[in-house]
Design a protein around this ligand. Structure first.
Ligand code: FE2
Length: 423
């Protein structure tokens, strides 16, 4: 007798009429039409059952701080960084933990059960590191939180940057971060990439750098990141986040760069909501979109994820932890409107992001953790179109969040009594 049997599910790969059997928090069978006794059964009624959403790029130390100590009036990246600098000395451990815990509640409600969060390590107190390590411990039963040591002020530009970053790793932060385009010079940026990759290689850590988050076509730190990755044998363990300068780069140069990235198996995280709002700000018209070259990277065989990056913080006043909103924006900005490309956008907030985080036992297959979301949609494209309601969110085979189906009651002459926006 299984603990749980989900029947009549459609899976993101298109298989329909599927049953998923759960025992001891893991999937033990995933087969078409399987019927077997179970403690509990759930008829998915042909709706989409997806592995949980995964956010490959977030800033949980800044989230929900909107308005503290003031609102970003211009909405620009640079005012956001300045504002974060004003807020940092005012942060308290309890407030950081409270806001992050609230955000994790939001995330679970949206079926988002794994987040890679950068944590700023430039505060000498390392208060945010302490807070997010505590949050990671508290949410572990229901959400995987992976932390990146992020030197917001530049690991070399800040004289104690490297020491503080190493301290954060010693405290238990998982991933080595960086921000080469924010160092004083291109040379210092390249040096930071080299030093940080060497540190990661030595300590057996993953790497995820904010890389080339600018519209400067000559911001080419991704080249150094790919070079250091292959030089140090870190293939598949390194991620370039943002890479917005690739949008503006010379096409011939990009044709070489993509091959170097492929050789190094560097992963890509694009943050569509933030990139479309913060990039191109120095332009008049035409105004660049500023998102990295996602379809070309995917065509090259690179793993690309979409991240949320910010929710109600100094850089961005909006957001709710809805990875379908993120996927929708990525789809639009990159013009990924073919049937295959729209499904790739769904993968960018699920399986691709899970691969980048190296999440163990993720997915809808026997042996994987029974973590999944029942969506009020019939396929991934419809899920993106509707930002579908997360009817039920499961962690290790147990419900952790539920939302009533989204339906409008209509009072119209000669028309149906309700609609759920499905043709
Ligand atoms: Fe970021």
């Amino acid at each position: 007798m299984f603990d749980l049997l989900v029947t009549n599910a459609t899976l993101p790969d298109g298989r329909s009429g599927m049953s998923l059997a759960v025992q001891d928090g893991k999937f033990v069978a995933v087969d078409a039409g399987l019927l077997a006794p179970a403690e509990e059964t759930l008829d998915a009624q042909g709706l989409l059952v997806s592995p949980p959403f995964v956010d490959a790029h977030f800033h949980m130390d800044a989230t929900l701080s909107y308005g503290l100590p003031r609102v970003n009036q211009s909405g620009t990246l640079l005012e956001g960084i300045a504002l974060w600098g004003e807020l940092k000395p005012l942060l308290t451990l309890d407030a950081l933990i409270d806001r992050a815990m609230t955000y994790c509640d939001w995330a679970v409600g949206k079926g988002l059960l794994a987040i890679r969060s950068h944590v700023d390590i430039c505060d000498p107190r390392l208060l945010a590191v302490e807070a997010l390590l505590e949050v990671k411990r508290r949410v572990a039963p229901y959400l995987d939180l992976q932390l990146v040591a992020f030197p917001q002020d530049g690991v070399l530009r800040d004289p104690q940057g490297m020491d503080k970053l190493k301290r954060a790793l010693t405290m238990g932060v998982d991933v080595v971060g960086g921000i080469p385009h924010f160092e004083r010079t291109m040379a210092e940026g390249a040096l930071s990439v080299k030093l940080l990759c060497e540190l990661a290689a030595k300590q057996g850590k993953l790497v995820d750098m904010h890389c080339d988050e600018s519209d400067d076509p000559l911001s080419r730190h991704i080249e150094t990141l790919a070079f250091e990755t292959q030089r140090l044998g870190l293939q598949g363990r390194v991620t370039g986040s943002h890479l917005t300068s690739m949008h503006s780069m010379d096409n011939y140069y990009v044709s070489k760069l993509l091959a170097l990235m492929t050789e190094a198996q560097v992963h890509v995280v694009s943050n569509p909501l933030i990139n479309i709002t913060l990039q191109g700000r120095h332009d008049t018209y035409p105004k660049r979109r500023g998102m990295t070259r996602v379809p070309e990277q995917l065509a090259q065989g690179l793993t690309v994820a979409f991240g949320q990056d910010c929710v109600m913080d100094p850089w961005y006043s909006l957001g709710s932890g809805d990875m379908l909103e993120v996927a929708s924006m990525g789809l639009h900005v990159a013009q990924m409107t073919s049937q295959a490309a729209m499904r790739q956008c769904f993968d960018a907030v699920t399986i691709n992001a899970a691969k980048i985080l190296q999440l163990p036992a993720y997915g809808l297959a026997p042996g994987c953790h029974a973590d999944f979301v029942l969506l009020q949609a019939r396929d991934p494209v419809e899920a993106i179109r509707l930002r579908a309601t997360r009817l039920k969110v499961f962690r290790r085979g147990r419900v952790v969040a539920q939302t009533p189906a989204s339906t409008a009651t209509l009072q119209l002459p000669g028309r149906p009594g309700s609609t759920a926006w499905m043709a």
